[in-house]
Every structure is written in C-alpha cells, then in structure tokens.
Design a protein around this ligand. Structure first.
Ligand code: CTP
Length: 399
C-alpha cells in the first residue's frame, strides 16, 4: 500500500490543534515511503509545532504566510497548490474545515485549498463536541459533496479529558488513506446508492419493531465503492458506525424514510441494497401505550414497500441493481426467485442460520443470470472488496 506514495508530492497543511505533533510522525512516514512533502503551517499550527522541526523532517522550506514575498517570487501559492499530487490537511481543525467549506481565502492554507483542483484529504482532529456540533456536521457534508475526502476521527479519550470521536486517526491509518487516494479509481464518475442497517418501525413513541442487522456489511461496501472512486450515497438505518471517508450518509429510521431517501438520491448508476428492511410497519400509537385490564394491545401491521424491487422496476432504474438475500434454507433457490421478482441483476445470498448478524464474517454466494458463485466463508470486508471489484469489472469499458 505505501508503495503508492513513492515519488509523489504531497502538500501537507498542518492546522492548529494539539494533534499537530502527530503531523511530524506523518511527515517522517511519508518520507520513508518515498514521498516529497511540501509543508504548510497555519498561524495556529505554529503554536503547536515549530516550522524548524517540520522543515527538518520534510527537508523542505515550511510555508506559513500568503505575504512572504520570497515565496511568491520562487513559487506563488497557486503554483504551490498545483505542484502537489495530493493535498493532505492534518490535523484538519473545525476552523479550517469551516473556512474551506465556506470557500474562504483568508490565510495561506485556505487560499491553497480554494485555488487548487488537486485532490484533498482532510484528517480531522478536534474536541468531541466540536466534531458533533451541527455546524461541523454541515461543513463536513459540504466538503464531502465538494469531492473532498474527509477521514473519520478515532474514538477515545481526548487531550481535553473528554471521551468520544474526535481524535486524530493513527498514522498508519492516515498513510493507508493517502495511499488509497493514489489507487486506481475504476468507478470514478459513477454514483452508487447503498442501503445498510436495520429499520425501526415505531409501535408508539418509545417502542419499535427492529432486527439484528449491524450495518457492517453495507458500510464496508460503501467504503469499498468510494475507494474505487464512486460517489457514494449511503442510506443508513439506526446503527452506531462511523461514516466511511468520502461517503455521503443519510440517516433514516423507518422503511418509508429509507425508500424516500433512496428515491431522492436518484439518478444512480449502481444500487446495492444491503439493509435489512422491516417487512411490516405498525399502525403506531401517538402516545405511549399503557398496560391495562384489557390485556396486550393488538399490533396492526401494514406491509412496507420493497425498496429493492421499487428500484429494479423504477423508470430511473440504476444500470446495475444488486440485492442481498438473507436465508435460513434453500439458499440458491430463494435467492434466484428474489432476483427475478425484484428485478435485480445480482443477489448476494447469505445463510443467516448461524449468527451472521453483528459478526465480522459471513458466507455468501453471488447469484447472477448465469448461475451462482460460492465465495466461501470470508470477512465481510473481503466480500465488500470483491463485490466492488466485480462492479468495477461490470462497468469497465462502458461509457
Ligand atoms: N429489501 C428492500 N425492501 C424491503 C425488503 C427487502 O429493499 N421492504 C431488500 C433488502 O435490502 C435485500 C433484499 O431486499 O437486498 C432481500 O431482503 P430479504 O429480507 O432477504 O428478503 P425479503 O424480500 O424480505 O423476503 P423474505 O423476508 O420473505 O425472505
């Protein structure tokens, strides 16, 4: 993987946060992997690491200001942003993300981000509340919609004493994300719609009907499709998983909300419906149901729309529609029947009789018009990678 960065030029923007010291380790690792690093330090970044240590490790001059005449004479900021194969912002602070999302050009870092058409990878690190604040959520969505890859921060204890997501990812994870930026992008220009997780169907304001789907398989597929260059919209039921880098996530609760989110995401080239959608919804009470002498309340069920079948028969049908089939017997027969009934091109069939839900492993067969392929017992991540590769093959050579 790190071989991908050998010979590449990386413009590294170091923002002002306690995690800035880890940027030094990143510079060292990039150098070891054969990359040239052009460091840029924001004014606040310089409060956490010195230009001297950064330039010593990078073996390059550190740029800090828009107004350095010497720099402008040697390499203006426009050229600087274009000299790089990739721009990495590490750590990307809440402030830097906000300024980039707003298209500001009020310091060298923001101007470089605005003046470039070079791919950008942001590696956020900030206090958990800042990360979870609706303003940062908005900025994150804007940056991703603008095509900027933003890593998910790590979860854990923070320098400020709080706990939660916001820590800078470990350097090997950042190196892998950088290498992935240089990988092949066979699905560039394609839009993929992925559903994941369960749906929750309310019984009353505090109770619901749900299922054991963890969302891991759908999130892994969204990750792999994004890594292959697709623009990915991930419609996620209620799960506790971080949003994969470069993926636009839409959180929903019920099957009807999932259906509406999928319809709103069209047109798409690829649909991969992994969600375990509840087959029925309840005629929900508007108030919390009470126990009383008349016994348990009857639950009136209504069948939910089949989202996969809806897309399979849609006027704007994606060119490739892939469904999943969870079965506890007669795997291939049931999956083949579902493929035809739901107008899907492929069905990834898995046997859920022995505890696949929540596990990191699965055993699937790919059912297509020409038959079934047994992919054997594998980690869900490997199924995701193999499926993304198959999807890329399917589109290779097509305009
Ligand atoms: N699916 C869907 N909308 C539904 C039900 C299922 O989009 N309302 C999709 C799932 O995302 C999956 C495929 O259909 O891709 C098959 O789901 P599965 O639960 O195996 O099949 P069902 O159609 O629900 O059939 P059954 O439960 O009777 O086996």
């Amino acid at each position: 993987m790190p071989g991908a960065v050998n010979g590449k030029t990386i413009l590294l923007i170091v923002g002002g946060g306690i995690a800035a010291f880890k940027a030094l380790e990143l510079v060292r690792e990039l150098g070891r992997a054969g990359a040239r690093v052009l460091p840029v330090l924001t004014e606040n970044g310089a409060r956490f690491v010195t230009p001297l240590s950064l330039s010593a490790l990078a073996g390059e001059k550190v740029r800090t200001s828009l107004w350095d005449l010497e720099d402008e004479a040697a390499m203006g900021h426009i050229q600087l942003s274009r000299a790089a194969d990739l721009i990495v912002v590490c750590p990307a602070t809440a402030d830097l993300m906000a300024r980039a999302a707003a298209g500001q050009a009020n310091d060298l870092a923001a101007t470089l981000l605005l003046a470039t058409d070079t791919p950008v990878l942001m590696v956020p690190a900030m206090n958990v509340r800042m990360w979870q604040h609706s303003a940062t959520r908005r900025n994150l969505a804007t940056l991703r919609a603008d095509g900027i890859a933003v890593m998910e921060p790590d979860d854990g204890a923070m320098a400020c004493g709080e706990f939660g997501p916001g820590r800078l990812p470990e350097v090997p994870a950042i190196m892998a994300a950088i290498a992935a930026q240089f990988g092949e992008k066979p699905l560039a220009g394609r839009h993929a719609l992925v559903t994941a997780g369960p749906t929750h169907e309310p019984i009353d304001p505090v109770r619901f009907i749900g299922n054991h789907s963890s969302g891991k398989q759908g999130f892994a597929i969204a990750t792999e499709l994004a890594a292959a260059g697709a623009r990915v919209t991930l419609v996620a039921g209620p799960v506790h998983l971080p949003t994969p880098a470069g993926v636009t996530r839409i959180d929903v609760m019920t099957a009807l909300q999932m259906q509406a989110a999928c319809a709103a995401a069209l047109p798409a080239d690829i649909a991969v419906m992994v969600a375990a959608v509840a087959d029925w919804r309840v005629d929900a009470a508007g108030h919390k149901l009470k126990k009383d002498s008349s016994g348990p309340p009857p639950l009136m069920l209504t069948e939910n729309p089949d989202i996969l079948a809806g897309l399979g028969h849609h006027a704007q049908r994606p060119a490739l529609v892939v469904g999943f089939a969870a079965e506890t017997g007669d795997l291939i027969a049931h999956a083949s029947a579902k493929r035809l009934k739901k107008a899907a091109d492929w069905i990834v069939a898995n046997d859920v009789s022995d505890g696949v839900f929540g596990s990191d492993h699965t055993h699937v067969q790919l059912v297509t018009a020409t038959g079934a392929e047994d992919w054997g017992p594998t980690p869900k991540q490997a199924v995701a990678a193999r499926l993304a590769a198959r999807i890329a093959d399917h589109f290779s050579g097509q305009p």
